[in-house]
Design a protein around this ligand. Structure first.
Ligand SMILES: Cc1cc2nc3c(=O)[nH]c(=O)nc-3n(C[C@H](O)[C@H](O)[C@H](O)COP(=O)(O)OP(=O)(O)OC[C@H]3O[C@@H](n4cnc5c(N)ncnc54)[C@H](O)[C@@H]3O)c2cc1C
Length: 492
């Protein structure tokens, strides 16, 4: 449908960006209080990354029971509307004075190009796989572990025949087991970690109660891999991917405890798909573009959206919940989504402060327990940034959109010693100026500058985010329409 056809109303008391665990949990609680909510999500169906569903049609659902329960609870409320296949690409302010200006959210999807005017905005945009440049990573056949899983879950497609999975995140084991069960040949799972230090392991044991389900998921994946005789090797990294036009082999090597490669340990393994899984990056681009403060938190994925009580961001009418505030797992995202909803109910005057506190109490208790576990996982499996930066050589492409190599960035830094920030390097080299607006290269460029200049990633900073934060057509930029008393304004 185009914006010219009778469009659905674009006004809502609350707009939620993201129908993953956090967005679903928030929409459910808001719906139970009859709040007028509009949820927008790029995917075809609700569920987010973990509860991703195949397109409607025959076949069993791929979301777990917990996921299906959450989806069905959130989607039963008459006051909650869902815009799928819809991208939120920017927020704007119209009206005077500037501080009190009305919030607008620009979206693009089957409803056309629309300007929503919600009273409150909740960002639950989640996270995506951490891209790790290494020689050959742009060859067809090199993917992220999450990308492989997306094809399996949403399309039931095996993107290759013989797989190597490499990285440092426990998701690799889950994806490897899913591949085996789908009939793939998994040649090896290579994990960079050597051994878990004893204090970390003890911390893990203390955080485990209440999270046995996650441990069981890992144990189940390991059992599947053992039965299929898939080697799972610790202390191993992938150094390069090779092939003429497509991936044909990878070179693996043993590493020391600090992930430095041990000389003379290279071995070549034939495969047509390499799945890299070094962890996740919070999708902060919309929060950044909206003026929300972000904070550097490496174990939680890098730049995270800063939140205070009730998940409120530093921008008064915007809240954030789930992995956009730090990578911490689906269960914590659910609790944060509910907490954000309680704050919004209070902001809208639907519950009073005392009731909000009462509703929030069990959520805070739950969050404290979940944070113990998520902080153990993220610390135990945090990638070593210096070692990751060392995987690339000068010829490795770091910014895929603008085809900028590591060597170009290094040369720019050498010739311009005053260049210290990611934004300065962006202006000189065009890294981060392409279609993905730095989602793919942002952290890698930050890591490289930090390593080359001896600064912390926090000092290097991220790229400035500007609308559109996601690719949209020129037509969408020119014709956003809104319902309501005010004239639609074109933000670009
Ligand atoms: C690829 C991938 C695979 C994963 N697989 C597993 C797994 O197997 N097991 C496990 O335990 N955990 C897995 N995780 C982690 C798990 O998905 C998260 O812990 C959990 O889903 C976080 O929930 P969330 O609500 O914060 O965000 P998400 O589930 O990521 O949901 C965010 C939603 O926001 C939407 N969105 C983002 N930006 C926009 C925008 N601008 N406009 C419109 N919509 C937008 C996305 O389409 C997405 O549906 C995976 C993560 C990823 C990235």
């Amino acid at each position: 449908m185009s914006a010219a056809d009778t469009p659905e109303p674009a006004d809502a008391d609350v707009a939620v960006v993201g129908a993953g665990p956090a967005g679903l949990a928030a929409a459910d609680l808001l719906g139970r209080h009859d709040v007028d909510v509009l949820v927008v999500d790029e995917q075809q169906r609700p569920g987010g990354q973990i509860y991703r569903q195949p397109p409607p049609g025959p076949g069993s659902p791929t979301a777990s029971t917990a996921g299906l329960r959450l989806i069905s609870a959130a989607t039963r409320h008459p006051t909650v509307r869902w815009w799928h296949r819809t991208t939120a690409w920017g927020t704007f302010r119209t009206g005077e004075p500037a501080g009190a200006a009305r919030l607008e959210l620009a979206t693009s999807g089957p409803q056309g190009s629309r300007l929503l005017r919600p009273r409150r905005l909740l960002l639950t945009a989640g996270a995506y796989d951490l891209p790790v440049p290494l020689p050959g990573w742009t060859l067809p056949g090199v993917m992220t572990a999450g990308g492989v899983q997306v094809l399996l879950k949403s399309q039931r497609i095996l993107p290759g025949r013989r797989f190597v999975l490499a990285g440092a995140h426990p998701l690799l084991l889950v994806v490897a087991a899913q591949l085996v069960e789908a009939g793939a040949d998994v040649a090896e799972v290579a994990l960079a970690q050597t051994r878990m230090p004893l204090p970390t392991a003890l911390r893990g044991l203390r955080a485990l109660p209440g999270h046995l389900g996650k441990a069981a998921e890992g144990a189940r994946a390991l059992a599947v891999l053992r039965r299929a005789r898939v080697p799972v090797r610790g202390g191993t990294v992938v150094r390069r991917a090779d092939g003429d036009t497509d991936l044909e082999s990878v070179t693996l090597a043993s590493v020391n405890e600090d992930w430095t490669v041990r000389k003379g340990t290279d071995r070549v393994l034939a495969c047509d798909t390499l799945a890299l899984g070094y962890g996740f990056v919070p999708s902060v681009e919309l929060a950044l573009q909206s003026g929300c403060e972000v904070r550097w938190d490496r174990p939680a994925g890098g730049w995270t959206t800063a939140v205070g009580p009730y998940q409120r961001t530093t921008v008064p009418d915007i809240s954030a919940a789930g992995e956009i505030t730090g990578v911490a797992g689906a269960e914590q995202a659910v609790t944060e989504g509910r907490l954000a909803a309680v704050g919004i109910l209070a902001d809208l005057g639907i519950v009073n402060d005392a009731d909000a506190r009462r509703l929030a109490r069990p959520l805070h208790r739950d969050l404290a327990r979940r944070r113990r576990f998520s902080s153990f996982i993220s610390t135990a499996f945090a990638p070593d940034d210096t070692a990751l930066a060392a995987l690339a050589d000068d010829t490795t492409v770091i910014c895929r959109c603008e085809e900028v190599t590591v060597g170009t960035v290094r040369e720019a830094l050498r010739e311009n010693p005053h260049l210290r920030s990611a934004n300065a390097v962006k202006l000189l080299t065009r890294t981060g100026m392409g279609l993905c607006q730095g989602r793919s290269c942002g952290l890698a460029v930050c890591r490289l500058i930090a390593t080359e200049t001896g600064q912390s990633p926090q000092d290097v900073g991220g790229f400035t985010a500007r609308a559109p934060v996601k690719p949209v057509t020129v037509q969408d930029l020119l014709t956003p329409s809104a319902t309501g008393p005010d004239e639609a304004t074109a933000p670009a």
